[in-house]
Design a protein around this ligand. Structure first.
Ligand code: ADP
Ligand code: MG
Length: 244
């Protein structure tokens, strides 16, 4: 199934963790459709399952049951290294702690995913990385700096450029503004907003109300379940509203 209208479709996705004798229902029967080219905010209290859900989208973790289809790929059933390939080509991750490679410059951090995916020569990689850094408005004199010599906001810009390196179908951002002051955080949100305006699909897990305000769709989670209209069986009305 490669639905042109939706980047991702989840049906009855379950991921539970055993913590000693306790069963934690981190993701507990989630069904949703992510419309293409939209910014989706995933909200809910700490521990409600936001990161687990993003990890499932990104094949960093595997569901116990249910279906996850991203850009026509049956993500929950990837194996034999296909999940590595999927992560490199189809998703871009942006993390709370930026997670750049400390030994590489800003430019090299953005070039790395292209190198891992293969198929581009060094000159083409450099040119593309420069254009991505330009797009996230990193000052050119920062391109050759390592992460320790960049501010938090600058590091997150580099991380967003890196997430775009292989033109992914889906950008997954897990609390991307949690370690930034509100002005810098606002700039990062505007960048993510612009990605959606450029027809990318962006999912942002967040506590930050200003992100939800900029999002096209807000999904609320509680105890591993979706709340409100997303919890209903028929989400067509919402999808229609979103895509109109
Ligand atoms: N690897 C894991 N092992 C055991 N429990 C986990 C693991 N990952 C997450 N959990 C639990 O699953 C629940 C959801 O966690 P998480 O997805 O990180 O929530 P959020 O990102 O919304 O704060 C929490 O109760 C958390 O402790
Ligand atoms: Mg989390």
């Amino acid at each position: 199934m490669n639905d042109p209208e939706y980047t991702a479709v989840l049906a009855n996705v379950v991921k539970h963790f055993k913590s000693g004798p306790v069963l934690v229902r981190a993701v507990d029967g989630v069904s949703l459709q992510l419309p293409r080219g939209k910014m989706v905010a995933l909200r809910g209290p700490s521990g409600c399952g936001k990161s687990t859900l993003l990890n499932l989208f990104g094949a960093l973790d595997r569901p116990d049951s249910g279906d996850i289809v991203v850009d026509g790929i049956d993500v929950g059933r990837l194996k034999g290294g296909d999940e590595v390939d999927y992560r490199r080509r189809k998703v871009g991750f942006v993390f709370q702690m930026f997670n750049l490679m400390p030994s590489l410059t800003a430019l090299e951090n953005v070039m790395l995913p292209m190198e891992l995916a293969g198929g581009m020569g060094p000159a083409a990689r450099k040119q593309k990385a420069e254009s991505l850094l330009e797009r996230v408005k990193l000052a050119p004199d920062r391109y050759t700096r390592r992460p320790t010599r960049l501010s938090g906001g600058e590091q997150q810009r580099v991380a967003i450029a890196r997430a775009l390196a292989n033109d992914p179908a889906l950008i997954l951002a897990d609390e991307p503004t949690a370690n930034l002051d509100s002005t810098t955080g606002g700039q990062v949100i505007s960048l993510l907003r612009r990605l959606a305006d450029d027809k990318r699909t962006v999912v942002v897990a967040t506590h930050d109300n200003s992100i939800a305000q900029k999002a096209d769709v807000v999904i609320s989670m509680s105890d591993g379940k979706l709340m409100g209209k997303w919890a209903e069986e028929d989400s067509e009305a919402e999808s229609a509203r979103v895509s109109s």
